[in-house]
Design a binder for this molecule. Structure first.
Ligand code: NAD
Length: 272
């Protein structure tokens, strides 16, 4: 695209001093290059901070995800959704000036919470949705594509996207999925497994076409964490999970780090 001076850019920064410093400097540099800086209906959203900030940016602009593309600058340790380091502001501005509209897209999760009073709350997650019963052991039936798969007993169940597979899912013992694999992953949170209660015990990778349904067995209070947000609900009838029809788009640039490099950098480091 050659009309970069018309690209509308929104900036979102975490409160830490480094992020605020980067925000000021980026703001000035984008202004100089005649980008339109606006939080309204942007073409590109730049989040400055860490993965948590990018998750917040996604949720702020999720209604516009068809149109908007994201870029992450990290001001702390290495992030999964952040392509640029805090000292690479000039490189980012140069890349945006040469932007052709190219994007890299990843699947996101669609979650429908169906309450017993008939309400249906639809949400999207970039990393995962985790349901837990607040007071006691959660008992829930898990259906995969209509098959009554198992009765779960334990702390909770996480359903993650491929890009979320390296987040909470990984801590739960789930596998790391490349984000071009359009699949969801179910991971158990501390399941009870003994002679009486039985679940599969390992994480399950479910293809795009399959719907996951979790049906909690008690009329009680449940927390549902969608990425970095927490909600509490009474009397959930069921929760439906599927890959969303929409995807999140990132600005494709030479700095868009390959997924395996991110995984290596984050979890392995340099090998001798
Ligand atoms: P946060 O922003 O402090 O993030 C927690 C950590 O998760 C950070 O180190 C962040 O870089 C990392 N992270 C986030 N998304 C990631 C991804 N896709 N791949 C690899 N690492 C990722 O905490 P928050 O804002 O409350 O929650 C954001 C995310 O943190 C949640 O979506 C969840 O996946 C993750 N989380 C992980 C655990 C755990 O591993 N035990 C517990 C709670 C939350």
């Amino acid at each position: 695209m050659k009309n970069t001076d018309r690209l509308k850019v929104a900036l979102m920064a975490s409160r830490n001093p480094k992020s605020q410093e980067v925000l000021q400097s980026l703001w000035m540099k984008l202004k100089e290059k005649k980008f339109i800086l606006t939080p309204k209906n942007p073409d590109v959203v730049i989040s400055i901070g860490g993965d948590g900030m990018l998750l917040s940016a996604f949720h702020k602009y999720e209604k516009l995800i068809d149109h908007v593309r994201f870029v992450g600058i990290h001001t702390g340790h290495l992030g999964f959704y952040t392509d640029y380091r805090d000292f690479e502001v000039d490189k980012l501005v140069d890349n945006l000036a040469l932007d052709t509209g190219a994007r890299v897209s990843y699947p996101i999760l669609n979650v429908k919470v169906k309450l017993m009073d008939g309400r249906v709350l639809t949400m999207r997650a970039l990393n995962e949705a985790t349901v837990k019963r607040l007071s006691k052991t959660m008992v829930a039936d898990v259906f995969i594509n209509g098959v009554a798969f198992e009765r779960f007993r334990g702390d909770g169940i996480s359903v993650s996207t491929p890009t979320g597979s390296t987040a909470y899912n990984k801590s739960l013992g789930g596998a790391v999925l490349h984000p071009t694999i359009e699949a969801l992953q179910i991971a158990e949170v501390a399941s009870l497994n003994n002679r009486v209660y039985r679940t599969l015990g390992s994480s399950i990778v479910v293809p795009k076409k399959d719907k996951i349904v979790i049906e909690p067995k008690h009329d009680d209070r449940y927390s549902i964490s969608i990425d970095n947000k927490n909600y509490t609900y009474d009397k959930i009838q069921q929760i439906d999970y599927q890959i969303d029809q929409k995807k999140i788009h990132f600005v494709a640039s030479p700095s868009h780090t390959s997924f395996w490099n991110r995984v290596k950098d984050a979890f392995i480091g340099e090998v001798e």
